[in-house]
Design a protein around this ligand. Structure first.
Ligand SMILES: Cc1cc2nc3c(=O)[nH]c(=O)nc-3n(C[C@H](O)[C@H](O)[C@H](O)COP(=O)(O)OP(=O)(O)OC[C@H]3O[C@@H](n4cnc5c(N)ncnc54)[C@H](O)[C@@H]3O)c2cc1C
Length: 609
């Protein structure tokens, strides 16, 4: 029997999203048609938002407060541009600043957020509420059940607080930009100021362009111009935005605002509850708060890597050894691809949630006591030959992918950047519940079952390829994976198993603590060869040789695949059948050499089975 690819595939789905998804009323579309994506690309929502923001500048009314709308990507008080501007406005007008946060479970479902990421948000919000409280600034957390009416709910709240203006940092995803455009228009029509500013990147989208004023789709020239622009105006790009001024203590006694101080940060969001054991582990591995983020950054700048930090352990555990010459950042150029030690910073969850700013990360690479808010500070090292330079280049990758999301919003609509690869024949349907604009190809039940089984083995780390399994089990255990291993497991899913990259992208979003649409989509489309500046489709990683490079000591595999903990030498990376059988480890679910030939055929001529 043949089925349309819209038919449910049903491999492991997180239980939280399963519950919400069963509601017939909420079925967000995941994959737009190529025409719809092209239309959005030709008139990007960011330009529309910026136009409305500009138009709105003149129409300020006086009010009794100023609102800063905090979002999931800017969970901090220090160096937060919108918060800083909102605070200055409130101080100048001698009125209180109010911080609001809207919890939107339907958005979390539509955007494949996992319980871990929602919980991290709540943990950070609880600390922020405490810190703001010492400044007599209320943090008001509201749960908005219907995402379609969120703009109206925000405006109603702003009116209730009699705010003269609402400030926020821009989110660059299509849904969020459209939502904010609605909010800005509504605010403007009521004479309320709506000020949305860039904050997420070091160099904001739109600044780095080709000579023809187009967005770069290749990283190397982008990074070159990125660095030149940054070094030409360090005080602007690396500005350390001032912390908010305290409100007058009397705000706690006013009828309008007093009750806001009683508003609680919920312990969980319905549909995204954590398993208690996982919750305890995540608290240990990813402690919330700006202090933790700064300490993790300092560790990266000052101390050596340790293999004891491989698993789900406290990132700030005792025993780190100081070294200026061998600190993780100093040797980052040589060691960053080693997954058998904590060679990288592990700051991504904090950057993705905005617990630390990208500006702060780059500022930290400058000589001590550099005052970046003064002109002619110094030069940012973004070169290939030093650890610092290489690390700054990674931060630039983050900016690059945000720039892509803003310039080519199609990537946020479930489309490949390179539309010609939309025809590539994947095994099974595009997603378990691919609510798509276009019908898929007919797929047999046998193929659906085979794909579902392979996806399940990939997700749980039972593919018979030790480095892939170690990577997937690490992701499941600690909500994080080293970049090289993300590449290896993503390449394996898309090229060896020929499973659609959108399946992997979704699973990463659900599991990763640093899940971020721009970087995640960029990474997946790179590995699937469908994206900007992608890995060429004929460069297919061999998981065995990648394994010996990424994990030469084998410590990473042994840590995450206990069945193989007794194996030494090359067998660890490619266990012979007899060794695997004896240890209860699966044999490879696919033969790499054969799979490679199939992938080359399907990519060379998209549409060929
Ligand atoms: C398939 C795939 C999916 C990915 N999904 C995400 C994601 O959802 N969220 C996410 O933040 N990163 C993602 N990345 C990028 C990268 O793997 C992580 O940012 C990195 O592993 C985080 O570890 P770190 O903080 O120790 O990085 P470091 O090596 O210390 O780098 C510093 C910072 O630079 C940024 N960065 C580093 N590498 C990249 C990169 N390749 N692309 C974009 N930014 C980068 C991150 O913000 C990171 O914290 C993905 C990569 C791939 C291949």
């Amino acid at each position: 029997m043949l089925l349309s690819s819209k038919r449910a595939l049903s491999p492991a789905t997180s239980s939280s999203s399963k519950r919400l998804r069963t509601s017939p009323a909420f079925r967000p579309k995941k994959i737009a048609s190529s025409e719809a994506a092209a239309a959005v690309d030709s008139d990007p929502p960011l330009s529309k938002l910026l136009k409305v923001v500009e138009d709105g500048k003149a129409t300020r009314k006086s009010g009794q407060s100023v609102v800063y709308w905090m979002r999931m990507g800017d969970l901090r008080i220090s160096d937060n541009r919108a918060l800083s501007l909102a605070s200055a406005h409130a101080k100048k007008s001698n009125i209180p600043l109010v911080v609001v946060f809207m919890l939107s479970p339907q958005d979390y479902l539509a955007h494949d957020r996992g319980a871990r990421r929602i919980d991290f948000t709540l943990r950070n919000l609880a600390l922020i509420k405490e810190s703001l409280g010492t400044l007599h600034i209320p943090l008001h957390v509201v749960t908005q059940p219907n995402r379609r009416t969120l703009p109206q709910a925000v405006i109603a709240l702003v009116e209730e607080l009699d705010a003269s203006a609402i400030y926020a940092n821009i989110e660059y995803e299509v849904d969020e930009l459209r939502r904010d455009t609605q909010v800005c228009k509504a605010a403007k029509s009521k004479g309320i100021g709506a000020i949305l500013v860039h904050d997420k990147c070091v160099v904001e989208p739109g600044v780095v362009e080709t000579k023809q004023n187009r967005a770069y789709s290749v990283y190397t020239p982008y990074q070159k111009v990125w660095l030149t622009k940054l070094n030409a105006d360090i005080p602007h790009f690396l500005e350390n935005c001032s912390k908010p001024h305290p409100n007058s203590e009397s705000v706690r006694k006013t009828a309008k605002f007093a009750k806001l101080f009683d508003s609680e940060v919920p312990e969980s969001v319905s549909g995204f509850e954590m398993d208690p054991a996982d919750h305890t582990k995540m608290e240990q591995v990813w402690p919330a708060g700006e202090t933790a983020a700064n300490d993790i950054l300092l560790r990266f700048l000052r101390t050596k890597s340790r293999s004891s930090q491989l698993g789900a352990v406290d990132p700030l555990a005792a025993g780190a050894e100081d070294s200026s010459k061998r600190s993780r950042i100093s040797v980052y150029d040589a060691e960053r691809d080693r997954a058998d030690k904590d060679t990288t910073s592990r700051l991504s969850p904090y950057l993705a949630a905005g617990v630390i700013s990208a500006r702060a990360c780059v500022r930290a690479t400058l000589p001590p006591n550099t005052n970046t808010n003064k002109a002619a500070a110094t030069t940012v090292d973004g070169g290939k030959t030093t650890g610092v330079g290489r690390w700054v280049q990674e931060v630039a990758w983050r900016d690059f992918y945000v720039n892509i999301l803003a310039a080519f919003p199609r990537v946020s609509m479930g489309r490949p950047y390179l539309e010609k690869y939309a025809l590539v024949v994947w095994e099974g349907p595009a997603l378990e519940d691919a609510y798509a604009d276009e019908p898929g190809r007919p797929i047999s039940e046998a193929e659906i079952a085979r794909a579902a089984s392979n996806i399940e083995k990939w997700k749980s780390g039972h593919t018979g390829y030790p480095i892939v399994d170690a990577g997937m089990r690490c992701l499941n255990e600690m909500g994080y994976l080293h970049n090289r291993l993300r590449m290896i497991v993503a390449m394996f899913l898309t090229k060896d198993l020929m499973i659609d990259w959108r399946v992997g992208e979704k699973y990463f979003m659900e599991k990763l603590m640093d899940g971020d649409l721009a970087s995640n989509n960029g990474g997946w489309q790179w590995c699937a060869s469908t994206g900007v500046d992608p890995c060429p489709y004929f460069r297919i990683f061999n998981p065995h040789s990648q394994s010996t490079k990424a994990d030469p000591t084998g410590d990473f595999i042994r840590r995450h695949v206990p069945e193989l903990s007794s194996v030494r030498g090359p067998d660890l990376h490619n266990p012979p059948a007899l060794v695997a059988d004896k240890l209860g480890y699966p044999r490879p679910i696919v033969k790499h050499d054969e799979a490679r030939v199939r992938a080359l055929r399907r990519f060379k001529d998209p549409g060929t089975a």
